[in-house]
Design a protein around this ligand. Structure first.
Ligand code: XUL
Ligand code: MN
Length: 344
């Protein structure tokens, strides 16, 4: 039985429009004021960075952090929402300037591991067991600046420390090949799942695939998803879109490559993803040109495109597919897919 898809996004996906070349263009919205938007837009879960939940965690004791996170959980309950995951935001702290886990400075590495533990505490208080690790600055601008072999061992060590600190949590690594770094140490899901196998608890380490990140690595997002799905290790997705090799655009889902989006939905359908209870996350950005009153449309539109594509996948004529495969006529198959998407 195909389950019902459930959707999530993070508070950072409703934002004031600042980019590296210009200041905010819309008023910033308080976290509490974003929450009612979730259900209005058709979403059931909130994705958190640790400091989305507890903004001043760097200056707080572990007890105070857990207490503040528990108060956020009450806000979620009041809106009928759940937390999907918590991700440590190491990249904005001065101690994370050269990556946390792979920094050459042992004090920075110790800080990063400690912050992971606080992140687990926050996840516990918010009622989720999923930690997402986007390894933002774990990589280099200059290859000679780190020993990459040692760096990979430090990464495994950090993940092990988190797994051992909290037996209840599971970790989804979100690969990305570049930005902010020139080269990141975990660019693809293959790297992420190889690391998972090196840890003390491989079955508690999986992946999250973001469309744009896979495209930046020159890979097909649906095949990246399939790789993780084949091992039962796709624990979330960040659907969006990306128009070629440039900065990470986080465009609305399906807007650059509708067929690529169709194939991502298709692979989730093939795997029965909806029935797993995992969320469909949309890591999409509003265009900077959007006025404040319409700066949430990217979320509703991405969800609507996803659901339309679910229908497209479910209504694709199976007999045509089977005939094309039997005839090994992939030109005919491709045309049938295009015709189906174009609605003829
Ligand atoms: C960065 C990115 C992050 C992660 C969460 O490119 O996608 O928002 O998804 O830390
Ligand atoms: Mn993401």
């Amino acid at each position: 039985m195909a389950g019902q898809y459930r959707f999530s996004f993070g508070p950072w996906n409703i934002h004031s429009g600042a980019d590296p070349f210009g200041p905010p263009v819309r008023p910033s919205i308080e976290f509490a004021d974003k929450l009612p938007r979730y259900k209005e837009l058709g979403f059931d879960a909130v994705q958190f960075h640790d400091d989305d939940a507890v903004p001043k965690l760097s200056d707080m004791s572990p007890e105070a952090i857990a207490k503040e996170a528990a108060a956020v959980k009450k806000m979620l309950d009041a809106e009928g929402l759940v937390a999907e995951f918590v991700a440590p935001r190491l990249w904005e702290d001065p101690r994370g300037i050269d990556g946390g886990f792979t920094s050459n400075d042992p004090q920075c590495r110790a800080w990063a591991i400690d912050r992971l533990k606080r992140c687990a505490d926050i996840a516990g208080a918010l009622g989720t067991r999923l930690i997402v690790l986007w390894l933002a600055r774990e990589g280099t601008y200059v290859r000679e600046s780190k020993n990459a072999i040692e760096a990979h061992r430090w990464l495994v060590d950090a993940i092990n420390q988190l797994l051992e600190y909290d037996a209840g949590i599971e970790i989804a690594i979100e690969p990305k090949p570049n930005e902010p770094m020139d080269h990141a140490y975990v660019p693809t899901i293959g790297h992420a799942l190889a690391i998972a196998q090196q840890t003390v608890s491989p079955d508690r380490v999986g992946g999250l695939i973001e469309t744009a990140h896979a495209l930046l690595a020159g890979l097909d997002p649906s095949d990246e998803m399939a790789f993780a799905l084949s091992m039962g290790k796709l624990w979330s997705v960040h659907l969006n879109d990306q128009n070629g090799l440039k900065f990470d655009q986080d465009k609305s889902f399906g807007t650059a490559n509708l067929r690529g989006a169709y194939n991502q939905v298709r692979v989730l359908e093939l795997a029965g993803y909806a029935g797993t209870g995992r969320f469909v996350g949309l890591d999409v950005k509003a265009m900077r040109t959007q006025r404040a009153e319409v700066a949430h449309k990217h979320l509703a539109n991405s969800r609507a495109v996803f659901l339309r594509l679910v229908e497209k996948v479910r209504t694709f004529p199976k007999h045509v597919e089977q005939q094309c495969l039997a005839d090994r006529d992939y030109e005919a198959l491709e045309m049938a897919v295009l015709e189906h998407l174009m609605g003829s």
